[in-house]
Each structure stands twice: as structure tokens, then as C-alpha cells.
Design a binder for this molecule. Structure first.
Ligand code: HEC
Length: 281
């Protein structure tokens, strides 16, 4: 309770603080202010601890833990693994994002089938995209724990495997192609300098510096939602705003959109700092 009121105090201060930021200050600077105001009290830290517990707990039809899950650097090696995702995995013959890989390990190691994954880890916690949906997803807890093991490292995306190159091209195409009834592309909002929507300066995701800041902060605690949101969730929010169908977690479009943006982030050599913290997202 004490801890909670402590954050509330910090959050109020942070909000008041932002009023004094001159209108010309870039959103980048505002986010930096916000982040430093909350630096000592990011509620997202709880996701790391809870995620660690879930990662090592026995679960699923095989009553096994995820601790032998291979995120690309060998079974159970977590340090630095997130920094190299999405990447190709020979056992599934697919390029997988962090969440996609966790789901694969839930299937392979813990014995969950697709229906169980859908019902227990995807549907329940992401019934719809209502921004007020604050239920905590175990998948995001596990993802936050694993991602935090790459803190301090920059993304390193090599695109060595032909399927990685393919996925990158798919991500690029998805980012730049106009789609849906609104005839919008991601690039319409995220590749043009100075675009403002609902008073928010839109991040230019084709700028490595900005992409580095954005991608290296996910999974991030979103204060407006009172929840931690992942890279998948962010893409899903924008696809929904474009009136496009629901983005399946770990699907080829999800993975390739992440890969395209993380590749840009990698060029900046910015360090991963998870969980990030954002006023809204
Ligand atoms: C109509 C404009 C629009 C389109 C089209 C759009 N977005 Fe967004 N995007 C936004 C807005 C608004 C935000 C929220 C900015 C904020 O609140 O910080 C956002 C935020 C984001 C963020 C997180 C930024 C951050 O600072 O955390 C990412 C990543 C992103 N969008 C990716 C995409 C991708 C990928 C697509 C295409 C599938 C896309 N967007 C399409 C408007 C758009």
C-alpha cells in the first residue's frame, strides 16, 4: 500500500512536471523526463519477478518448466538472448519473436497444444484491444523477465539465415504498404517528420535512434493501462487503429514487423532497458 501511494505521488509529480515542458520540446524529451521521474519506482519491475517465477515453475500437460527453452544461444541461456530476437530456429523452422518463441517452448517442453495456448495465454488476457484491459498476462510476465536479461546490451540482428532475410523483407513490405479500408501504411504515421496525432508527436521508426529508444523499452509499463505491454501489443494497437484484422501473437506478420523495427533499432547501438515506462502507448 505504501509502495503504491509512493508511485501515485511520483506519477502526479511527473504529470505536473510535464505541464512546464515548453510546447516546442520534442516528445523524446518529454518521455525522458517522465522516465527519469519514475526511474526509482517502475511498477513493471514486478513483471520481472513474477515472470521469473513462472519461467521456472512446472506447468502444462508435461508438468515441465521452461528452463530448457532455447532462445537462440542454447537451452536455458537467457543473458543477451532477447537482444538477438527475432531470429531463425531450426526446430520449428521459423523465425520467432520473443513471445513466439515462448509459445513454441510452451508447446514443445510443456506439452500445451494450440487450443490451450490460445485459451490460457492469448484469449483470456487480450480479449479485445480495449485500452482499459488491465488484466496481467503471464506471457508478458515471462517475456519481461527474459527481455530484462539483455539489459545494457544493444540489439544485434544479423539476418544470416534466408528465412530471416525473408521475414525482414515481409516486415519492410508490411511497414511501407498501404493497407485496409483506410489505405494507410505504418510509414504514413511513422516515417514522416513532425506528424502529430491526438497531440502526440509520432515516433519516426525509420530513424535508428528513435527506433532504438522505442524498441529497447518494450516490454514497457504503460501507466495509462496499469500494465506491461510488449512489442506485439504495440503493433497490434496500430494495426487495429488502421482497421486491420487482429494480429496473432507470434504470427509471421507480427514477427516480421518486430524484426524490421528491431533491425533499425540495432543500427543505433542503443542499449536495451527493460521494462521501459511510458505514460501511454
Ligand atoms: C494513423 C497513424 C498511425 C499508423 C498508421 C500507425 N501508427 Fe504506430 N502509433 C501511432 C500513435 C498515435 C502512437 C502512440 C504514440 C504515443 O502515444 O506515444 C503509435 C505508436 C507506435 C509505436 C510505439 C511508440 C513508442 O514510443 O512506444 C510503435 C512501435 C508503432 N506505433 C508501430 C507502428 C506500426 C508497426 C504500424 C503499422 C502496422 C503503425 N505503428 C501504424 C499512430 C500510427
Amino acid at each position: 500500500m505504501n509502495k503504491l501511494s509512493q508511485w501515485m505521488g511520483t506519477i502526479t509529480l511527473a504529470c505536473l512536471g510535464s505541464i512546464t515542458v515548453p510546447a516546442s520540446a520534442s516528445d523524446d524529451a518529454k518521455f525522458d523526463d517522465y522516465r527519469s521521474a519514475l526511474e526509482d519506482g517502475n511498477p513493471g519491475e514486478f513483471w520481472i519477478d513474477d515472470g521469473e517465477e513462472l519461467f521456472y515453475a512446472k506447468a502444462g500437460p508435461k508438468n515441465a518448466s521452461l528452463d530448457r527453452c532455447d532462445f537462440g544461444l542454447g537451452p536455458g541461456v537467457l543473458e543477451g538472448a532477447y537482444a538477438q530476437l527475432p531470429r531463425y530456429f531450426a526446430d520449428t523452422d521459423k523465425v520467432e519473436s520473443l513471445e513466439g518463441r515462448i509459445i513454441s517452448c510452451m508447446k514443445n517442453l510443456q506439452g500445451y497444444n494450440d487450443k490451450q495456448i490460445q485459451e490460457q495465454f492469448l484469449d483470456i488476457h487480450y480479449l479485445n484491444a480495449a485500452e482499459e484491459d488491465s488484466r496481467v498476462s503471464p506471457l508478458s510476465q515471462i517475456a519481461t523477465f527474459i527481455a530484462s536479461k539483455s539489459n545494457g546490451q544493444p540489439f544485434l540482428i544479423q539476418l544470416d539465415h534466408p528465412k530471416e532475410k525473408q521475414a525482414y523483407e515481409l516486415g519492410k513490405k508490411t511497414f511501407w504498404n498501404r493497407m485496409g479500408a483506410m489505405d494507410l501504411s505504418c510509414a504514413n504515421c511513422h516515417a514522416v517528420k513532425g506528424r502529430v496525432l491526438r497531440g502526440v508527436e509520432l515516433p519516426i521508426m525509420t530513424d535508428p535512434h528513435r527506433a532504438g529508444k522505442v524498441m529497447g523499452a518494450f516490454p514497457a509499463y504503460v501507466n495509462k493501462d496499469g500494465n506491461v505491454r510488449t512489442q506485439w501489443w504495440r503493433n497490434e494497437r496500430c494495426l487495429l487503429a488502421m482497421r486491420l484484422p487482429w494480429l496473432k501473437t507470434g504470427s509471421p506478420i507480427d514477427t516480421s514487423l518486430i524484426l524490421y523495427q528491431v533491425k533499425k533499432a540495432a543500427e543505433s547501438k542503443q542499449e536495451i532497458a527493460v521494462p521501459g515506462i511510458k505514460p501511454r502507448a
